[in-house]
Design a protein around this ligand. Structure first.
Ligand SMILES: C[S@@+](CC[C@H](N)C(=O)[O-])C[C@H]1O[C@@H](n2cnc3c(N)ncnc32)[C@H](O)[C@@H]1O
Length: 218
């Protein structure tokens, strides 16, 4: 049976996450991995004039790019998070929109130099619906890149995830996990000219690595 997304319930989950994850004293920072200072930086996006981050959360990556002169827009499901990021990063020029990503991309008319997700909406959205919409928002040679944890061996497709411990209100979402070759196939099927997915090792042997995926529009 396919995942049964309930966007209203997922919004409540992410609003709860926003209340604890957002730090008022955060600094702009762009890191694809879960380890500070580890792995490549924004150069994976090429040299775009404009970017869209999907599931932009705390907005730190967008603030980093905006400060370097990139037209930086983020979309996020959580109104709580978007209110906080809009206030916090107002001075950088980054722009934050509250919307579900599929809904947003279906309506958006903008063409971006790059679209990206860092443990963001690309992890929590059905790729067969998301990737064609992202592809349409990129100009020739535009980049789509995302990072998230690698799949747990044998656990592929939509994975149900409860919020927090296993007690209290039943809030859950789905996240999508596949082997690198499958991510590449999904991207080329969605119309990307080139797709590369790889697993970057963690800084410490045996720790959780990072799935890094990069695709180029024709
Ligand atoms: C793990 S957090 C974000 C990580 C982000 N890189 C950061 O620095 O905070 C995932 C974010 O994706 C957003 N999200 C999840 N599903 C989404 C969807 N369907 N549409 C838009 N945003 C979504 C959540 O609201 C949340 O802020």
């Amino acid at each position: 049976m396919p995942a049964q997304h309930d966007i209203a319930a997922e919004t409540e989950l992410w609003d709860t996450f926003a209340a604890s994850a957002f730090k008022d004293d955060a600094e702009p920072n762009f890191c694809w991995t879960q380890y500070a200072g580890h792995g490549p930086g924004p150069e994976l996006l090429g040299n775009p004039r404009s970017v869209l981050e999907i599931g932009c959360g705390t907005g730190r990556a967008l603030a980093h790019l905006a400060r370097r002169g990139v037209a930086a827009r983020g979309v996020d499901l959580s109104a709580v998070m978007v209110k906080k990021t809009t206030t916090k990063w107002a001075g950088t020029g980054a722009e934050f929109v509250c919307s579900e990503v599929l809904e947003y991309l279906s309506e958006d008319k903008e063409v971006y130099g790059a679209v990206y997700s860092i443990f963001g909406a690309a992890w929590f959205t059905d790729p067969s619906r998301l990737f064609p919409l992202v592809r349409q928002r990129l100009g020739p040679g535009g980049i789509f890149a995302f990072s998230q944890p690698p799949a747990i061996p044998g656990a592929y497709g939509p994975q149900g995830m409860y919020k927090g411990g296993f007690a209290g209100k039943a809030m859950f979402t789905y996240r999508y996990s596949y082997r690198p070759a499958v991510w590449e196939r999904l991207l080329t099927r969605a119309g990307f000219a080139m797709a590369e997915a790889r697993i970057l090792e963690a800084p410490h042997p045996g720790h959780i690595g990072t799935l890094l995926v990069r695709a180029v529009a024709p």
